[in-house]
Design a protein around this ligand. Structure first.
Ligand code: NAP
Length: 243
């Protein structure tokens, strides 16, 4: 079994499968983060070299099932898994947490892309809590007349940062009290987030709601049409059924 990982759900699934006898499970990570949270069991780090490389790996290792548990915004890996599984006639399951639930108490603005989110600034707010991550930060590099508190796990390319910013290197899960503290200390007046979903990233939305901040939510992009479950428990049930 091959788990394409990089998420909490992937780690939960790997831990559950690690206890099972007679199943070889390999979790894979892209290798972008210097000190990633490692899943339990066997781990492979680094890309495969596109769909053909993944297909070759599947054949070579005799992979029978691929579980694409990558982040909702890791689109390239998902499309690659879709193509490679199609090519090798391998079973594919997508494990993807649902998007954030829209909260009527939040002034909620949906953006189709990071660029569209950037275009809403500074009109939507001049003190921005930017939590969309290191990749794609360049979309905000030209936004002037706004201060950004940029939170990422690892330092981004300095050229991608907006002119007026403070960089906060930190990794969740975050608490509502911690997020409220940041909003207060930096006098933030708008939150920008990807529609990552999941409880681990919910605190910032709760804090934004409690502080009356508008939220700009970058929508998920289109995905391959694959059988999908939302939790590791559902993935286990699917695997039991499929097996
Ligand atoms: P991406 O754009 O879809 O992937 C870029 C390339 O990285 C892929 O084509 C693949 O290289 C390699 N790759 C990605 N995920 C991999 C995995 N799990 N195992 C092996 N190779 C992988 O993905 P991304 O947005 O850069 O995200 C990279 C990783 O970080 C993913 O594993 C994702 O789950 C995790 N992550 C992403 C975000 C986010 O906001 N994008 C947030 C949290 C965690 P090859 O083509 O060479 O195979």
């Amino acid at each position: 079994m091959l788990i394409l990982g990089g998420t909490a759900e992937a780690r939960t699934l790997a831990a559950a499968l690690d206890d099972r006898a007679g199943v070889r499970v390999v979790s894979t990570l892209a290798g972008r983060i210097a000190e990633p949270r490692l899943p339990r069991g066997e781990v492979r780090v680094g890309g495969f070299g596109g769909p053909d490389g993944l297909a070759a790996y599947i054949r070579q290792e005799g992979v029978e099932t691929v579980i694409d548990a990558t982040h909702p915004f890791a689109e390239r890996m998902s499309w690659s898994a879709f193509a490679a599984c199609d090519q090798t006639h391998t079973a594919l399951l997508r494990l993807e947490r649902p998007p954030f639930e829209r909260d009527a108490a939040i002034d909620w603005h949906e953006a189709a892309s990071l660029e569209d989110a950037a275009a809403l600034l500074p009109a939507a707010g001049r003190r921005v809590f930017l939590t969309t991550g290191r990749q794609g930060l360049g979309a905000f590099a030209d936004v002037r007349d706004a201060f950004f508190l940029v939170r990422c796990v690892e330092a981004p390319d300095p050229a991608a940062l907006p002119p007026d910013h403070e960089l906060l290197l930190d990794r969740g899960p975050f608490t509502v009290a911690g997020e409220l503290g940041l909003i207060d200390r930096h006098a933030l007046d708008v939150l920008v987030t990807k529609d990552s979903g999941g409880e681990l990233t919910q605190a910032k939305l709760t804090a934004a709601r409690d502080s009356g901040l508008p939220v700009i939510v970058v929508a998920r992009q289109s995905r391959p049409d694959t059988e999908t479950v939302e939790t590791a428990a559902q993935a286990l049930a699917w695997l039991d059924h499929a097996g």
